[in-house]
Design a binder for this molecule. Structure first.
Ligand code: BES
Ligand code: MN
Ligand code: ZN
Length: 484
């Protein structure tokens, strides 16, 4: 990750210069000085190259003036330039300079806060997971070590950037967890990594199978019983609300299936490797807790993750099994591949009983059906509380993690009635994401709750401005903003 510095506005004597420019405006400040230093050649060359300043447009000129490289970076129309556009532009810059060690970015014409968001966008895009690459050639590796942002408001930019840096660290933690292969990141290892949050002042408790058995987590343990890896539940508590301003906590809950084979209702082989990221909900909760603690959020937030591996074996649960959940409600397991809801059922009931939260928000890669409904553009948002749903939708929109509200209702709930138990774990083909949410709702005990089905948004097949392809960490920024 490049170091980010904010420095006094001055053109560098050599090296790489980045000139952010708005669409349709003449160069100003350092950009104008640079134009003059090249005797007018720079703007001419940019025009000839077709640079218009469109958001995210980059044009690179080599060996012009005293610089080895000048990158013009489009910010879009000045009137539309807000934090999000600045982040996207910062992200778009990264591929254009990743072969350089350092660059000076002339953000002298931008408000200090926007310079910080540009730096944030670049930081988010520059992340890469290369732990398991051992033979990559030096030339192929990204080199970027330092980005210096020129700004007259150094102090203001630094203080705007500090919380963003903490959020980026949360995002990176999530991306790392989601990227790790499933032989490395099993439930025990996942819980171990949660322990790392203690360093930030988060209280972390880890429950193993003995404790969960004693509590009566029959739904979660039923999923875990086919695996050689022990399950875990982790409770992370951040108490940041100032004394005298204590409220009931906000609860964040994550599905943490470290690998989902489907169990005895086994999945087809093609693409099954994707199921290493079936813990992305839990990953987002851990990353959000890290972000909140890292920026010392003035709020009380508790994060809970249910961690299991769903495997087929001689000890695995069978289709037809009836399990008793922690709530006391019984579930007929029709399909062992509908395991996420079984895990969440016990964690949600525990959360609600122990913490009596203001609200519960769960994140889960819960259904393939949500990808059919919404593709990769929105997460599915389900809620029993209109105000909470509206706040989540607004938070998501503000940070580029869009959600789309989906319905709930009695008629859907009927689809999960069982002939032998209180409910069954699947409701048939129609509205598969809705019946999954109906199942979860039965474990909310009427508390304000929202469920985000992130099966379509947790992983990206292509690069996006602030998100390199792969693990997106969808939810971390949304949850941070929601708490804010
Ligand atoms: N983890 C999957 C959902 C999933 C599918 C996430 C594709 C990401 C990409 C979940 O546990 C699952 O298997 N759901 C089943 C439910 C069905 C058996 C009712 C599904 O979506 O097919
Ligand atoms: Mn499954
Ligand atoms: Zn799953």
């Amino acid at each position: 990750m490049p170091d980010i510095a904010f420095v006094k506005p001055a053109l560098p004597k050599t090296g790489v210069l980045v000139l952010p420019m708005t669409e349709g405006d003449p160069p100003a400040g350092l950009a104008r000085e640079a134009a003059e230093a090249t005797g007018g050649l720079l703007p001419k060359a940019l025009e000839a190259a077709g640079f218009k300043g469109r958001k995210g447009q980059t044009t690179t000129l080599y060996a012009i003036g005293p610089w080895s490289k000048v990158v013009a970076l489009g910010l879009g129309k000045a009137a539309d330039l807000g934090p999000e556009a600045a982040e996207d532009a910062g992200g778009a810059l990264v591929p254009a300079i990743s072969s350089e060690r350092e660059a000076v970015v002339a953000t002298d014409g931008l408000e200090a806060g926007l310079a910080a968001h540009l730096a944030f966008g670049a930081t988010l895009r520059a992340w890469r997971f290369d732990r398991y690459r051992t033979t990559e050639k030096e030339d192929d590796k990204p080199k970027l070590e330092r980005l210096a942002f020129a700004t007259p408001g150094i102090a203001a930019a630094k203080s705007a950037f500090a919380p963003l840096r903490a959020i980026a660290d949360g995002v990176f933690l999530t991306r790392e967890l989601v990227s790790e292969p499933p032989n490395v990141l099993h439930p025990v290892e996942f819980a171990e990594r949660c322990k790392g949050l203690e360093r930030l002042g988060v209280e972390v408790e880890v429950l193993g199978p003995k404790e969960m058995k004693r509590l009566g987590f029959g739904a979660l343990l039923g999923v875990a019983q086919g695996s050689a890896q022990e399950p875990r539940m982790v409770v992370m508590n951040w108490r940041g609300a100032p004394k005298g301003k204590k409220q009931k906590p906000i609860a964040l809950i994550g599905k943490g299936v470290t690998f989902d084979t489907g169990g005895i209702s086994i999945k087809p082989a093609a693409g099954m490797e994707d199921m290493k990221w079936d813990m992305a909900g839990a990953g987002a909760v851990v990353g959000a807790m890290a972000a909140l603690a890292g920026r010392k959020a003035k709020a009380d937030v508790v994060g809970l993750v249910g961690l299991v591996e769903n495997m087929p074996s001689g000890t695995a649960q069978r289709p037809g099994d009836v399990v008793k959940s922690y709530s006391g409600q019984t579930v007929e397991v029709i399909n062992t591949d509908a395991e996420g809801r079984l895990v969440l059922a016990d964690v949600m009931w525990y959360c609600q009983q122990r913490f009596d939260p203001r609200c519960m928000v769960d994140l889960a890669t819960l259904t393939g059906a949500i990808i059919i409904a919404l593709g990769h553009e929105h997460a599915g948002l389900f809620s029993n509380d209109d105000e909470l749903a509206q706040r989540i939708a607004a938070a998501g929109k503000a940070v580029g993690e869009a959600c789309w509200r989906m319905p709930l209702g009695e008629a859907y709930d009927k689809q999960i009635r069982s002939d032998i138990a209180d409910m069954k774990n699947v409701g048939g083909r129609p509205a598969g994401s809705v019946t999954a949410a109906q199942f979860l709702q039965r474990f909310t005990n009427g508390k304000p709750w929202a469920h985000l089905d992130i099966a379509g948004t947790a992983w990206s097949a292509k690069d996006r401005p602030t998100v390199p392809k792969g693990a997106t960490a969808f939810g971390v920024r949304l949850l941070d903003r929601l708490v804010q």
